[in-house]
Design a protein around this ligand. Structure first.
Ligand SMILES: Nc1ncnc2c1ncn2[C@@H]1O[C@H](COP(=O)(O)OP(=O)(O)O)[C@@H](O)[C@H]1O
Ligand SMILES: [Mg+2]
Length: 375
């Protein structure tokens, strides 16, 4: 089932939480709503489910306006952030609850409960009460309880937030494969970019009551549209530049990041968004930066910036040096032989920085859509 939210607004005590929010979720997709705490993610899910009534705007499921339907008429399974299991009911009865409410009893009820308990690998615990379960087990029960009514839509609100890293990984992988198997349209809320990247077919980034960008996880990472999205998906190197000079293929820009002691100029590829005097955000991936020692640089390096390594970290794929270039820092992927406190030159090609434009890559990789006209 597809879900369409159109111009949803919601205020609490005069404070706008959702501001004309538009969102389209495709049939069968695993859609992740990603955003910081307080951004309106839970409110968005509650509006979809009918648990919160929006002030204005509409919710449609499969083309049908459900704005005035109560939650039980929307065929939605909901997994709450704190699991919200009934403490006085066993695992079996927690899962059976939604079926009993829908007057499905007896043999069919038992069959369905048993089926979903085993699907989420919790059948052995069916006689236990919630307080006798681990966090991961409670999560599985909550998932079985949402799935047993065979919903058209599954909504999940930060379901993994209370789990340890190992359990999270297992439950996450299982969740993804169950979702793929049954094909239920899923909206999954998280503030964790890794979860979003690993789970989502598409990800919407929610900021301040609006969707800032909707994209596949890899496009979101490589082509964030705004500084907020870029920072949220973990992009560290953002250069705030103003344009000084433009010629046919290249532009000279001045870096003006906050705190810079001496703004300086670099040469970058000319992108269509460039207009003289305009301020633009460029991002540059750590892999596109080369650190060189004094004797290794030469005048042919078009962009050379003096810097000092202030920190070295390992991001799981290799070493990253954090280099102070005079009031701001850049992250550069390095081989391990650079040391903290070493003076280096930060070098990169003119086509390494590219604008936060939100445009998709074209093949081959260098021919980015940023090179075409941008609306
Ligand atoms: N029932 C409510 N009454 C008053 N304020 C609320 C209510 N629900 C949410 N809010 C406020 O709305 C904002 C967004 O909340 P929420 O949707 O829970 O964000 P998120 O899930 O992204 O953390 C927060 O500032 C929160 O305090
Ligand atoms: Mg929330």
């Amino acid at each position: 089932m597809s879900i369409v939210l159109k111009k949803i607004s919601k205020s609490y005590d005069g404070r706008a939480v959702l501001k004309n929010l538009n969102l389209e979720i495709n049939q069968g997709e695993f859609h992740v709503l990603l955003g910081p705490s307080g951004g309106g993610k839970t409110t968005t899910l509650f509006v979809m489910a009918g648990l919160t009534k929006q002030d204005s705007g509409s919710v449609s499921i499969d083309g049908r306006d459900v704005s005035n339907l109560s939650p039980d008429k929307r065929r939605i399974g909901f997994v709450f952030q704190d699991h919200a299991l009934f403490p006085h009911l066993t695992v079996f009865d927690n899962v059976a609850y939604g079926l009993k409410v829908r007057r499905i009893n007896g043999h069919e009820m038992t069959r369905k409960v048993e089926y979903y308990l085993s699907k989420v690998s919790i059948a052995k615990e069916k006689g236990k009460f919630p307080h006798q379960l681990s966090g991961g087990q409670k999560q599985r029960v909550a998932l079985a309880r949402a799935l047993v009514i065979e919903p058209e839509i599954l909504l999940m609100d930060e379901p993994m937030s209370s789990l340890d890293a190992m359990t999270k990984e297992t439950v996450r992988d299982e969740l993804k494969s169950i979702q793929q198997e049954i094909g239920v349209t899923t909206v999954y809320v998280t503030h964790d970019q890794n979860e979003a990247i690993l789970l989502g077919d598409r990800v919407s980034v929610l900021n301040n009551g609006r969707v800032e960008q909707i994209e596949s996880p890899s496009e979101l990472f490589h082509h964030p549209k705004t500084e907020f999205v870029a920072r949220f998906v973990g992009i560290k190197n953002i250069l705030k530049v103003s344009l000084i000079k433009i010629n046919n293929h290249e532009a000279t820009v001045q870096i003006n990041n906050d705190g810079m002691e001496h703004p300086f100029r670099i040469r970058v590829k000319k992108y269509p968004v460039f207009e003289k005097g305009k301020k633009i955000n460029l991002c540059i991936h750590p892999e596109k930066i080369t650190l060189k020692r004094e004797e290794e640089t030469y005048a042919g390096d078009l962009n050379r910036i003096r810097g000092k390594i202030v920190k070295r970290t390992n991001n799981g794929n290799g070493f990253i040096a954090i280099v102070d270039i005079g009031g701001t820092t850049l992250h550069a992927a390095i081989s391990s032989d650079f040391k903290v406190h070493e003076n280096v030159w930060v070098c990169f090609a003119p086509d390494a920085p590219h604008p936060l434009c939100g445009k998709k890559c074209r093949e081959p990789e260098q021919r980015r859509k940023c090179l075409n006209n941008i609306e």
